[in-house]
Every structure is written in C-alpha cells, then in structure tokens.
Write a new protein. Structure first.
Length: 100
C-alpha cells in the first residue's frame, strides 16, 4: 500500500515538474518549490516508519555488594601517658605508644 501511494506521488510530481513555467510567474515557482519540499517531507516521514525507542542502551545495574572482613596486619597500638620526675623535681608527662 505504501509503495503504491509513493509511486503515485512520484508520478504526479514528475508530471507537474515537466510543465514549463512562464517568465513572470516567480510567485508560482516559489509556491511550487515550497509545496514540493512539504510533500517530500511528508513522503519521507511516511517511508521512515514510526519512531520506536526500543530497549535502553548502556544502562547497567550495579554489581551486588560484597562484604569483606577487614584484616589489619598492624598490631593494636594505643597511646599511654606516663609521669616522670626528673632530677630537679619537675614532673613531666610523656606520651608513649604501646603496641600489643
């Protein structure tokens, strides 16, 4: 059906294109060219078919979460405060890192 319609339109366009234009018909020539462009647009959109987006492309679901137990190879360390009394009797507090 589409091919028959397309063939009829093409034949009609060819018949109308062979009619010679008069020298003073500039407006008619412009109207004919505009009509031809409009008709070509209609035929082209009919021949192309309807737009169908299909499935989305590039959408990837994230991977499932993976649970890993953290293993720390360094020993457990903490800071301990120690008081020292020097030879003059001054009390000082020093921080010492203690690792188990």
């Amino acid at each position: 059906m589409k091919r028959m319609l397309l063939g009829g339109v093409v034949v009609t366009a060819l018949i109308n294109a062979t009619v010679p234009a008069a020298a003073g018909d500039g407006a008619a020539l412009a109207a004919g060219a505009l009509g031809g462009l409009a008709l070509g647009t209609v035929i082209g959109s009919a021949a192309a078919g309807p737009y169908y987006p299909g499935k989305p492309v590039g959408v990837v679901s994230p991977p499932p979460p993976v649970y890993v137990e953290a293993y720390d190879e360094s020993p457990a360390c903490f800071i301990k405060r120690r008081r020292y009394v020097d030879e003059f009797g001054d009390v000082t507090v020093r921080r010492i890192r203690v690792c188990e």
